[in-house]
Design a protein around this ligand. Structure first.
Ligand SMILES: C[S@@+](CC[C@H](N)C(=O)[O-])C[C@H]1O[C@@H](n2cnc3c(N)ncnc32)[C@H](O)[C@@H]1O
Length: 216
């Protein structure tokens, strides 16, 4: 039986602003719990308002490790004003730009999970450039252009420890199903072709891969 979140964690996840459906959330949680057994931090790229972070934080708490979450909090292309995934509530009226950090902090506080999470605020490749700690789990859910998805893969996949998990969100093999482009699908294909990662499971658009060899 895959690990499942307690009802209050699932309720906090479902109440949080964000994009991940419950089925993918359950798969994410089970993978995070499994990876937590390596005793290494769990990292996500793409915090937004903390919906998926709730699940990583609870898995990290269970494992006695930290959940790390990376975001510049200014939103992806498709979340900007005028685009399909824009939420006007995420705009900071003072600066006129998106700022999801306050909502993220409230979400985690409400769920009682602040203590288990380190928020890394900045551009993903900039943070990855000076990263040196092995990770048990990397969940890529940041920018969905080829530039961003590739940079996330090249920046963070090298840090997935042997036996650790690499998760990629919004993998759409059929272009008919895509809603923000197929860059995550291309990253997924690249990870498999590298020989460094082996597929463990697929749940809707979420892919779970395990490091079974060196490199990326
Ligand atoms: C799809 S949302 C993440 C959704 C979140 N995981 C959830 O479950 O609700 C993508 C996030 O990635 C962030 N992002 C996009 N490109 C980024 C980059 N280059 N560096 C850091 N964050 C980035 C955006 O600000 C946005 O909040």
């Amino acid at each position: 039986m895959p690990a499942a979140p307690k009802p209050e964690i699932l309720a906090a996840f479902e109440a949080a602003k964000g994009f991940m459906p419950a089925g993918e959330g359950l798969a994410l949680y089970a993978a995070a719990v499994e990876a937590g057994r390596l005793g290494l931090p769990l990292l996500e790229v793409g915090t937004y308002c903390g919906r998926s972070t709730i699940l990583l934080a609870d898995a990290a708490r269970e494992a006695g490790v930290s959940a790390l979450t990376v975001d510049h909090h200014r939103g992806s292309e498709e979340q900007q004003p005028g685009w399909e995934y824009h939420d006007p509530e995420t705009v900071d009226p003072e600066v006129g730009l998106m700022d999801t950090l306050p909502t993220f902090r409230r979400t985690l506080h409400r769920a009682g999970l602040e203590e288990h999470v380190v928020a890394l605020v900045g551009r993903s490749p900039r943070i990855a450039a000076f990263w040196g700690t092995p990770l048990g789990f990397v969940f890529i859910d940041g920018g969905h252009t080829d530039e961003h998805a590739t940079a996330d893969y090249e920046g963070w996949a090298p840090h997935v420890a042997e036996g650790g998990l690499l998760l990629i969100h919004d993998v759409f093999p059929d272009p008919q199903d895509e809603f923000t482009g197929q860059a995550p699908y291309r990253v997924y294909l690249r990870a498999l072709a590298s020989g460094a990662f082996t597929e463990v499971s697929a749940t809707d658009s979420l892919r779970v891969l395990r490091r079974t060899g060196p490199g990326i």
